[in-house]
Design a binder for this molecule. Structure first.
Ligand code: CA
Length: 244
């Protein structure tokens, strides 16, 4: 069944095969279970500022800039964009609300699949819109010996965030990879859009409360319900790609 998803990708992008060399991982909602904290913070703070936003909506906007998210709801609720002052205040409150949570736990299944991929000799990269300075330390402590500094794309590396393909194009460049030499693992619609626009086979892992259709509509080439499912299916996916 994975063959059909792969065939559709190859046809759409005019490639003969996926020559798998690397797996590019998004971070929030894929490696770390941080999305519930983000969603509750957005919901709470936006509502306090008179901009009603459900937790589900926060999941849909994951990866959008703070200003982009605030303005989207401001236009809908107030019929205008938020001022710079309003944006700064709301985003500051959201950040402080988010920071009041304990560090997010690793996503169940993430370490397992990372170890499987590493054992297969493939390159592993992380591509995130996050700009935390301690990112690599945190990755190293939860997923020892998996990630390397040179193989990371963070907020510091790019001008445009997801859904712009830039972060994934940058990852291809850093990893010396062609689009058909990698797959992307993403949980959010904007991240899937970015992966799709970069021309890379994009596996959506629906770890949030969203309808699967949202991720298909964003351009997912394949979809799994969870990271443990990805770990369970990894060998089958890899073999299906090798058989092309
Ligand atoms: Ca994500």
């Amino acid at each position: 069944m994975y063959k059909d998803f792969i065939d559709n990708y190859l046809k759409a992008h005019n490639h003969k095969a996926i020559n798998l060399k690397a797996v590019l991982f998004d971070m929030d909602g894929v490696l770390f279970n941080s999305m519930p904290y983000h969603a509750t913070s957005w919901h709470k703070v936006m509502t306090q500022h008179g901009l009603p936003m459900s937790m589900e909506e926060a999941y849909l906007h994951e990866g959008r800039t703070g200003a982009g998210t605030i303005n989207l709801v401001a236009r809908r609720t107030w019929g205008r964009e938020a001022t710079e002052e309003e944006i700064n205040q709301i985003y500051k409150d959201k950040t402080s609300e988010f920071s009041s949570n304990p560090p997010a736990a690793p996503m169940p299944g993430a370490l397992e699949v990372l170890q499987q991929i590493k054992a297969d000799g493939l390159t592993i990269m992380v591509v995130t819109g996050s700009g935390q300075k301690s990112l690599l330390n945190r990755l190293e402590s939860k997923f020892p010996h998996i990630f390397q500094k040179e193989l990371m794309v963070t907020a510091f590396d790019v001008k445009f965030g997801k859904p712009n393909p830039e972060p994934y194009l940058m990852a291809l460049k850093k990893g010396h990879l062609q689009p058909n030499e990698a797959i992307i693992v993403e949980n959010a619609p904007l991240g899937v859009q970015a992966g799709h626009a970069a021309g890379v086979f994009t596996l959506a892992v629906n770890t949030g409360p969203m309808d699967d259709q949202v991720l298909w509509d964003a351009g997912a080439d394949m979809l799994l319900p969870s990271m443990p499912a990805f770990s369970d299916e990894w060998e089958n996916i890899r073999q299906a790609m090798n058989k092309q």
